[in-house]
Design a binder for this molecule. Structure first.
Ligand code: NAP
Length: 398
């Protein structure tokens, strides 16, 4: 089976940033993407909150992310991921073009627009029902359309639609928008935008194409008809996790993947980054930050595995000193121990217990500094030490 150090699933801002950081750290990186790299921002008209770039179209920003990542030469592969197999520590990605084993895995598959689920919606997708204003707004020149939802996406996309449509009804189930103040003020100032509050869509009507909506006022129960040619649904997002099994990776309500602050999921060596994560703010900038953190944590995991194997588990006998690189006294102890062992011609392995925390914990070391005698990976003896000479008994045992 094909084996790679880091396999990234998804080439949006999170996946592409992870690829940049992974490659810069020297990892062999394979990035899997079905279709166009860049993710959801490809269908975003305007990005004005990516620091350093006051204004860009989503497609331009997506292209510059892709070009930037390509400069570091990860391998891009156009495949559909069907499932992942996580058994006894191995991490296998099953794609429509074969299986790949990764030493570390980053899931950066993003999120997709949620559907309303009302009668008529599924039948009329592409026939007036859309989830992407940038893609479809031009089909509605001088037409009356409806936007469903009251969040930032709904309000911003409604504003975008005013460039094409003659009227944009924004149908929201509450009496105030959830979106931020600035876009709401802009929307309410537009003479083309008509808010319809306290209303839900009962059905989207039309035979071949959308002809209108049946609305229900949630306060009065009143049913009304609204003739429109287009319906843009922006009622939130859901994570792209259909390739995960029911119980794979711990997830929150709604299916978002839960990680720790290093972006590690409930499965060791499997990380998640970007919109697919359970998090408060889903933005390009937070996706990119997640990607960077995930890649560095993946690097530590891969290095750890290789280090564990080559230096600690493989040798018949080895003495290991664990110190913390953020404690000045312990840094000095490590340096003294290195010279002491060299003078005596003793083989000593030094491990930064702060950086390689998980490996250190795995070997049962809870406080630093500490030293172990390992025999083919088994702990034979452990000492907590105050001076380099405390290492001597471990070498005698051997
Ligand atoms: P969102 O903030 O979750 O808003 C979803 C909207 O859809 C809410 O108004 C919700 O109503 C409504 N809704 C949900 N289910 C519904 C249903 N079945 N029927 C009718 N209405 C329904 O989602 P979003 O607007 O896609 O934004 C997602 C995230 O991206 C947010 O954190 C947002 O701030 C961020 N975002 C930021 C920017 C930006 O900074 N420029 C742009 C776009 C998005 P309730 O209000 O009643 O819950």
């Amino acid at each position: 089976m094909e084996k790679r150090e880091l396999v990234i699933i998804g080439a949006g801002p999170a996946g592409l940033t992870a690829a940049i950081y992974g490659r810069r750290a020297g990892l062999d990186v394979l990035i899997l993407e079905k279709g166009l790299a860049g993710g959801q921002i490809n269908i975003t008209d305007e990005i004005e909150n990516w620091p350093g770039v006051p204004h860009s179209t989503g497609a331009d920003l997506a292209k510059s992310f892709k070009d930037h990542a390509a400069k570091f030469q990860p391998e891009f592969r156009d495949v559909a991921v069907e499932s992942i197999k996580l058994e006894r520590g191995s991490k296998i990605v099953v794609t429509d073009k074969g299986e790949i084993e990764g030493e570390a895995l980053i899931v950066a598959t993003g999120a997709s627009f949620r559907r309303l689920g009302c009668p008529g919606e599924a039948k009329l997708i592409g026939r007036g029902v859309s989830y992407c204003a940038v893609c479809d707004a031009a089909f509605f020149q001088d037409a009356e359309v409806a936007v469903i939802g009251g969040g930032n996406t709904a309000v911003e996309e409604a504003l975008y639609l005013t460039q094409f449509a003659s009227k944009v009804y924004v149908i929201h189930r509450r009496d105030t928008f959830r979106a931020d103040k600035v876009p709401v003020e802009r929307a309410l100032a537009s003479d083309k935008i008509v808010p319809v509050f306290d209303s839900v869509v009962e059905s989207i009507n039309g035979e071949e194409m959308v002809e209108g909506l049946t609305l229900k006022n949630v306060k009065t129960g009143e049913i009304s008809e609204l003739p429109v040619e287009g319906v843009f649904v922006f009622v939130g997002t859901e994570p792209n996790v259909s390739f995960l099994g029911e119980s794979q990776l711990r997830r929150s309500r709604g299916g978002w993947i839960i990680t720790d602050e290093n972006m590690e999921t409930s499965e060791e060596g499997v990380f998640a980054a970007g919109d697919v994560r359970d998090k408060v703010l889903r933005q390009v900038v937070t996706a990119a930050a997640d990607g960077a953190i995930a890649a560095m944590a993946a690097y530590a995991a891969v290095t750890e595995q290789q280090y564990l194997h080559d230096r600690l588990f493989k040798p018949e006998f080895t003495v290991v000193l664990f110190t913390s690189s953020i404690d000045e006294k312990q840094v000095r102890l490590a340096s003294d121990a290195e010279s002491w062992a060299k003078d005596k011609g003793l083989p000593l392995t030094l491990v930064d217990g702060y950086r390689f925390r998980r490996m250190t914990e795995k070997l049962g070391v809870e406080t630093l500094p500490a030293a172990l005698l390992l025999a083919s990976g088994e702990v034979r003896q452990r000492v907590s030490l105050t001076d380099v000479t405390d290492l001597a008994p471990l070498f005698e045992k051997k």
